[in-house]
Design a binder for this molecule. Structure first.
Ligand code: GLN
Length: 337
């Protein structure tokens, strides 16, 4: 390396370091400042595009942008739009997964679904075929539909009540299905139905495939605002006990396994990049929401519908990255003794 190359290299390195590590850590009490900064930094960003493969999602206002952070002692820090609701979509996979682990124990997910990342798009059929229905991960569509098929209930209606109750308990409020989104996807989800049938062919679908796909589609259509999503994430951050209502929704053990799966595949095939940059278990949905969990500290949620090519909200990723960086809470950031 000659002298000028060395200088360029050092400049790049310095910039990278100063971008990723704050000169001075913001104190944990400065949550509001971190949330406000993240909001301001991206409020006028115009990157990404609403999902449109579910037709109704293309009609959602792309300018919705809300951030909420809820700590495990129940304090709430917010910025932007907290009123607008979007469908949870894939974020719902987390809570149905948690309920199945709660009902059947972590071994059932390990044996019947698999917990390795597929490394493929969230609705990949090749991923099923390559592993003959094994190792399909509960947070991408095949594993998620199979997980929904495992939920307790004598019939479809009972299973739905179970799913809805679980989501309500995590949120601490009564959530509603976004009916136009549900109908729009239900009329057009041949690919998910194909996934469910292919799993059935491999004996890895545990309820009627048509009804399981329908339940899954309905859970994805549950409507949430940033506050509600953040409380759901904070319940995970608090070992399964809702920090606002005080209700124990799932056990600490269930929470541990749920968070681990979020680390493997929460942002689909960008999960490695996410873990590298942010380090926290997280989950995105094509409705535009992302939740992230700082275990023992807080849950954070950001809603902004425009997505990148793999289906993750552009602003939500950036905002959460900034918050975690400013709070110095990347879990693998270690100050040597
Ligand atoms: N309901 C959506 C689907 O099955 C959820 C996908 C997502 O949020 N990634 O396609």
């Amino acid at each position: 390396m000659n002298h000028s190359t060395t200088r360029v290299f050092l400049t790049i390195l310095f910039l990278a370091v100063s971008i990723t590590l704050p000169a001075q850590k913001i104190k944990k009490s400065d949550y509001q400042q971190a949330v406000d900064n993240a909001y301001e930094n991206y409020k006028s960003l115009k990157e990404g595009k609403n999902a449109d493969y579910i037709k109704e999602l293309a009609n959602v206002d792309p300018d919705i942008y809300g951030i909420a952070l809820v700590t495990t002692d129940g304090k709430m820090y917010t910025a932007g739009d907290l009123d607008s609701r979007v469908s949870m979509q894939s974020i719902s996979k987390v809570f149905t997964l948690a309920q199945v682990i709660e009902e059947q124990g972590p071994r059932a997910i390990f044996d019947k679904i698999g917990v390795d990342a597929t490394g493929m798009r969230f609705n990949s059929i090749i991923a099923i075929e390559m592993n003959q229905g094994m190792e399909i991960n509960p947070l991408v569509n095949p594993g998620a539909i199979a997980t929904t098929s495992l939920i307790a209930g004598v019939d479809s209606a009972a299973k739905w009540q179970n799913i809805l109750q679980t989501h309500n308990d995590f949120a601490g409020t009564e959530l509603e299905v976004n009916v136009p989104v549900y109908i729009s996807e239900a009329n057009d989800n041949l690919r998910n139905q194909a996934i469910a049938h292919l799993l059935k062919a491999y004996n890895r679908m545990y309820f009627d495939p048509v009804q399981a796909t329908d339940l899954y589609t309905k859970q994805c259509a549950l409507n949430v605002n940033a506050n509600e999503l953040a409380i759901m994430a904070a319940t995970l951050a608090n070992g399964g006990k809702n920090p606002i209502t005080g209700k124990t929704v799932v056990s600490p053990q269930t929470t541990t396994y749920t968070l681990s799966v979020m680390s493997t595949a929460g942002l689909y095939d960008d999960s490695g990049q996410w873990l590298y940059a942010v380090g926290l278990p997280a989950k995105s949905g094509v409705g535009g929401g992302i939740i992230a969990v700082s275990p023992g500290n807080f849950g954070v949620a950001v809603i902004s519908p425009p997505l990148n090519e793999v289906g993750n909200s552009v602003k939500a990723q950036k905002a959460i990255y900034d918050i975690v960086r400013d709070l110095g809470l990347h879990p693998y950031r270690i100050d040597p003794k």
